[in-house]
Design a protein around this ligand. Structure first.
Ligand code: NAD
Length: 297
């Protein structure tokens, strides 16, 4: 069993750290929010007062932080992970951040002789709680092999995506597809209704035809066809509009940085930007149905 330092004990990191404790690891966690540290303690972990305290003596450091700037600060800042980690410590960042930051922080770690992986996840808070996340991992093969058993304690699939940054590349490409597909299902549902075809009938036909996709069959954005989808509970998340907007923005920034053409990704970003307001940011991302399906005057 390993000694693990865990940074960022929020909606995702909290249950992930608790699952590592359940698997028998010794977990020392840091989060600036006292309630988050207290939750780790009640799950059987140790609350650390600083990043350096969480990292001291750890064989593995995991992080689950909001954005790239938090990852940069936590790893590269004074008293951060790179200052505190002992030689041989394996670093694994599971946050969803931009590819450039993931590669820059991993390169800085390598300069200090430390291996670092980017390992963003799919599966949301439900997957984090049930230990059924999918990890998409960027970094070298030896570090991946070492990380695999640790990640398996928190997930059902651990996939090596290639060198440093490729985990983040996989994550934003996947979520760009998801955003575009969700909007496509919303448009088709709205059009069907106006043509006199019910949501349920379109669902039954399209779910067995070439329009089939996850946004339709697992996460249908209208109430009825998929009883477990957020549309049946007032669009309670799930995966929020704010998170989809964040990932679509990361995809657009990445596309611009390499000159990739992503016209539908750009349009999906614009539509989510238009939809996101104080009132809607916290709703499930499938709530964009309420904007797309609204009456046209
Ligand atoms: P969250 O805001 O609930 O948790 C982030 C935590 O990091 C907070 O508790 C915050 O206090 C803490 N933090 C900030 N700076 C810190 C530092 N320097 N050291 C230690 N802790 C620090 O966010 P979340 O929903 O847990 O998401 C975390 C990451 O996972 C994000 O990058 C998000 O995009 C990604 N993600 C989230 C979901 C989801 O459904 N929530 C799904 C997939 C991926």
């Amino acid at each position: 069993m390993a000694r693990i330092g865990f940074l960022g004990l929020g909606n995702m990191g909290g249950p992930m750290a608790a699952n590592l404790v359940k698997a028998g690891h010794v977990v020392a966690g840091f989060d600036p929010v006292p309630e988050a540290r207290a939750r780790l303690e009640s799950a059987g972990g140790e609350a650390a007062g600083t990043i350096a305290e969480a990292v001291a003596g750890a064989e593995i450091v995991l992080s689950m932080l909001p954005e790239g700037r938090h990852v940069r600060e936590a790893y590269l800042g004074t008293g951060g992970v790179l200052d505190a980690a002992a030689p041989g410590t394996l670093l694994i960042d599971c946050s969803t951040i931009d590819v450039a930051t993931a590669r820059a922080v991993a390169a800085a770690a390598a300069e200090r002789g430390l291996s670092m992986l980017d390992a963003p996840v799919s599966g949301g808070v439900a997957g984090a709680t049930a230990a059924t996340l999918t990890f998409m991992v960027g970094g070298d093969e030896a570090a991946f092999d070492r990380a695999r058993p640790i990640l398996e304690a928190m997930g059902k699939a651990v996939i090596h995506a290639g060198p440093s940054g490729n985990g983040q590349a996989a994550k934003i490409c996947n979520n760009m597809m998801l955003g575009i597909q969700m909007i496509s299902v919303c448009e088709a549902m709205a059009l069907a209704e106006k043509l006199g075809l019910s949501h349920q009938t379109l669902f039954e036909i399209a779910s067995k035809s070439s329009g089939q996709c996850w946004s339709l069959t697992s996460y249908c954005p209208v109430p009825g066809p998929v009883p477990a989808s957020p549309a049946n509970r007032g669009y309670k998340p799930g995966f929020t509009v704010a998170m989809m907007l964040k990932d679509l923005k990361l995809a657009q920034e990445a596309a611009q940085s390499v000159g990739a053409r992503t016209p539908l990704g750009a349009e999906a970003y614009q539509l989510y930007n238009l939809f996101a307001s104080e009132a809607t940011r916290g709703l499930d991302f499938s709530a964009i149905m309420t904007m797309i399906g609204a009456k046209v005057d």
